[in-house]
Structure formats: C-alpha cells, structure tokens
Ligand binder design. Structure first.
Ligand code: C2O
Length: 546
C-alpha cells in the first residue's frame, strides 16, 4: 500500500565544520568520518531500514550524511573510515568490472567530493577503494587521509561513494552527503538568506521499499544470461528528501535558500510548484551565476545541483507542493505517476515577517569562457553496443573501456573544447572531475543512423565526418545554466560543445597541488548505474604539466 505523504518533518542533517577557530581565526581541521551499518527511519509508517550511513559516530550517522561546512582557503582533511560489515545489504553483480576484495569479504568504498578541485590522490578514483580498517585496498589506493584544499570559489558540492562496480549500490544504501564551501568575503555582501534556519540543503533521491522497510532493488538483471543482477538504471517510487519520504517543512513567510542536490542514481527531476511560485536561481552545481535568474521549473539530472531562493512571501496560499514531472528514464521513459510526481510540501505560516535578506542584482562574476584560449578540440562519443536481445551490453566512451590506456591528457590549467556526441536514446549527465566547464551549444545530428553505422566500425568521429551530420536543430543552454558547471545534460542525438578548464581556479590564486600525479581523474556519465558497470561511460584522464 502507498505510504501517506507529507507526514514526516524535513530534517536538517547534522552540520560539521571543516575548520577550527583559534583566537577568532579559522584554521585547518582534520575530521574522521565513518561509514556505518545501521537502521534509518525513512517514513513514520515504514519499519526501520537497514542502510549504510556517514557520520562522526554510528549513533549520529544519518541519511544523507552530515553536511560539511568548509571555509574558502582553509583546508579540511578527512579520513573516511569504513566500518561496514563483510556482506552488502543490496545485490551487486560481479560479472561487471567491480572492486572485489581478494578474500571476497568486506565492502569496497572510496569517497569522491563531487565538484571538488583537488589533488588526484584525494579525488576518490574508483580503483582507490578500501574495505573496513583499510584491510584491503584497490590498486590505485595511496592514502587514508584525504586533503581538501577548499580554495575554489564558494558553492555547493556533495560527497558520495565512487567504488568501481559498487557506486550504484553504495549510493542506494546511503553513502552520500552535502558539502558547502563558504567565502564570507564575497558572499556576505550579497546578503542572501543565511543562517542555518534559512540556508538549507535539500538532498533528493528516489527509493523503493519492501513492507518490512528494506530497500527494494530488483535482484534480476535485465540481461540475466550475461549479468544475473545488473540493471542499467534504478528507479524508486518513493521520493526522499533529507532522508524522509515526501516530507513537509513549516516555513516562515519570507525568503529561504535551498541547495537542491539530485542524489538519485538515474532519476531526473523537473521541479516546479503547482501554484506557479518560482525559483530564484543563484548557482548551478558549484558555481554562482553572474546574476540571479527567475525560473518556473528546474530540470536536474542525477548529481546536478540547483542553488535557489524561494520567496514564500510571494505565495498566495498557506501551503505549496514541490512537484516533479520528469519522465523516467529521461526523456524517453514513462511519465511520472501519482507517487513520484510529488516531492515535498511547504506549510507557510500566515503572517509576513521582517526579512532583511535580499536578492542582489549581481552575484559573482567569473572569467567568461574564452574560446580563443582553447588549446585543443576533442570528440567524445557515447555509444551503446547492442546485443542480440536488444539490451545495451556495452556503453562506452569512444569505444574504450575503463582499463584502456588514457587518451585524454589535458595540460594543467588548459582550456579545451570537447564535442560530446550522444548516440544513445537517453540524456546522459556528463561529469568531469577537476575541471569546470561551460556548455556552449548543442547541435542535432541528422542522418544519425548513417553516422552510427560508421562509428560502430571506426569509432572515430573525425573519420566519420561528424561535421557532415552535426547540422540539425541547435539548442542553447538555458540562462541559469550558462555559467561554469561540473555536470551537463547531454541531449540524445546531439553534439554538445563544452569548453572545459582543467583545475579551474577563481581569481589569480596559484595552483597548490599537483594535478599531474597518479592516479589521475575520471569523467563519466553520472547515471550511477552506468559509470560503475561495463566500465560504461567511465573513462579516466591524466593531467600533465604544460
Ligand atoms: Cu559525482 Cu565521479 O562523481
């Protein structure tokens, strides 16, 4: 039976400061954050669910994990500790490239700070996994204590598991959380809603549950004769915000800032208010827009972040429902149903309040994309190799598996143009580590079957004369997504042209870490069933010195 909606109150996850204050001055801090096996209540009427949760201790561990609040320019060190049992709570499939400990005991995990611009040894490469007590370690594991520089611009990031072949199940089990970098020098003058009460992360994902409360994941693969358990995507019918299914939040009649993170494995959300109440969009992923942009809906792919203000003083009623109408898979799948079309409810207090926060006319100005500075143009094709039973069995980037030697070696500090060719049926949110990028434009491919035919033989976009096909409709990024991003939605059947800056640095700070070291970085589609399976749409690159 369907759970009653809007009964639980929206939690705010515990906040952990990523810095100490000594004599009034912030200084670096070292944290130990564990991954624990525990029970979590997703809904008043659902029995407790067994999960894997991040926290300072087992008792305080939450789903999502604590929100880490770092300060621009002040380093945070985190030792991520694995206290997980020897067996997973969800089915996973060893027939795909997967981190498997030699003893077959223990759950490999590794944490990636999504949106972080950090040294490769602290980036959480999929093969740098480790099991409980660091007993077993993946081939590229180098150290326990991760170093986060926090010297990038202020904004919202999130941390999540990134282990090879297990990312999808480790995320489903609960290994994710928000991370905020603040910079009072540049943010305080903006006078946006702040304070814990008015500046809140909303971590949104979908899950299905059995009546006993356990997380439901179809245990039979789509293509069971080859992969007994592997499914290319996961969709759940319950929409979870900050660890509660369809929660409600009682708000004052004033402005709030929400950092909305889509932490789903495969579900896109198109958020809107039925009442027409809009969103004032401040930042996309980890970087501010130049100016606030008023929007009525927000399409958010897995791993994308929308940092918005909602002004409840503009609401004409005493409640409003945050809704969703993105089909799943997006865009070719089913339309939303009664359950997954609702996200959460805001109950708005009747009286107007004094609100000293404001929406500035300008936010933060980053260097605009400079096409003439691009030193290289690359073609990155996403292509599905279809088996006899018409199931994608291989979904590769440029026809290369993850283990294939590095083909992209961008120079540290370089700017490049990447033409990302999506020959699949679905939209793939491409995420690039280390670099921020700007989506320049998207061009439809005409006679796509002819082009695909050539690509399946040659796997070389230039040889296949991509220019001859890329001359259909053009789409431009919407205004609120024109800035620097770390994920962008690659429209199926289109070539998306992006301008990437590797180790993007705001202002004129010098590089403080060696991006050229081993083990390198990855770029991948963030449908988190894809990157860790088939090595699909997961590829790595190594930065090199100029
Ligand atoms: Cu959000 Cu490589 O990941």
């Amino acid at each position: 039976s369907q759970l009653e909606i809007f009964v639980d109150e929206l939690p705010d996850m515990p906040r952990i400061k990523g810095f100490h204050t000594v004599n009034g001055f912030p200084v670096p801090k070292s944290l130990q954050i564990g991954m624990f096996h525990k029970k979590w209540k997703f809904h008043r009427d659902l029995p407790p669910t067994t999960v894997f949760a991040f926290g300072l201790s087992k008792d305080t561990a939450t789903i999502p994990g604590p929100t880490i609040e770092a300060l621009h320019g002040i380093e945070t060190y985190i030792t991520w500790r694995n206290y997980l049992p020897s067996k997973h709570i969800l089915p996973w499939d060893p027939t795909i490239p997967t981190a498997i400990p030699s003893t077959k005991k223990g759950i490999p995990t590794v944490v990636h700070l999504h949106g972080g611009i950090d040294e490769p040894e602290s980036d959480g490469l999929s093969t740098s996994w480790f099991t409980a007590k660091f007993k077993e370690r993946g081939p590229t594991w180098t150290k326990k204590k991760y170093h986060y520089h926090n010297f990038q611009h202020p904004g919202t990031l999130w941390y999540h598991d990134h282990a090879m072949g297990l990312t999808r199940v480790n995320l489903l089990a609960g290994l994710l959380g928000a991370y905020i970098i603040r910079d009072p020098n540049v943010e305080a003058p903006l006078r946006l809603p702040c304070d814990e009460e008015f500046d809140r992360p909303l971590v949104v994902f979908d899950r299905s549950f059995r009546t006993d409360g356990s997380i439901y994941m179809n245990p039979t693969g789509n293509n069971p004769s080859i992969h007994p358990q592997w499914q290319p995507e996961y969709f759940g019918d319950a929409i979870i915000v900050n660890g509660k299914a369809w929660p409600h939040m009682i708000v004052r009649r004033r402005k709030y800032r929400f950092r909305i993170i889509n932490a789903s494995n495969a579900r896109f959300f198109k958020f809107y208010f039925a009442s027409g109440l809009g969103f004032i969009h401040l930042a996309s992923d980890s970087a501010y827009n130049e100016k606030p942009v008023m929007v009525n809906d927000i399409l958010l792919a897995p791993s994308e972040i929308a940092d918005v203000v909602i002004d409840f003083s503009k609401s004409k009623s005493d409640s409003d429902i945050l809704s969703n109408n993105a089909s799943y898979p997006y865009p070719s799948g089913d339309p939303v149903n009664e359950a997954n079309s609702k996200v959460m409810k805001f109950i708005i207090k009747p009286h107007h309040e004094l609100d000293t926060s404001r929406i500035p006319s300008k936010l933060i100005n980053y260097p605009s994309p400079n096409l003439s500075s691009a030193s290289l143009t690359r073609y990155i094709a996403m292509y599905e190799y279809t088996s006899k039973i018409d199931e994608p069995t291989h979904l590769y980037i440029n026809g290369k598996s993850y283990e294939a030697p590095v083909t992209e070696t961008p120079k540290v500090g370089a700017t490049e143009i990447w033409n990302v060719i999506n020959l699949t049926e679905d939209n793939h949110p491409l995420h690039i580590h280390l670099g921020l990028f700007v989506a320049l434009d998207q061009t439809e491919l005409v006679n796509i079957d002819e082009f695909k035919e050539c690509m399946s033989k040659n796997n070389d976009a230039i040889k296949c004369h991509v220019g001859k096909y890329a001359r259909g409709k053009k789409i431009e990024a919407p205004t609120h997504e024109k800035g620097w991003k770390n994920v962008y939605k690659m429209t199926p059947g289109y070539v998306t042209r992006i301008l990437v800056r590797f180790s993007y640095i705001h202002s004129n700070e010098s590089y403080r870490f060696d991006a050229t070291a081993e083990p390198g970085y990855v770029y991948h589609c963030h449908v988190s069933n894809f990157p860790d399976t088939m090595n699909a749409l997961l590829h790595y690159f190594r930065s090199i010195m100029a």
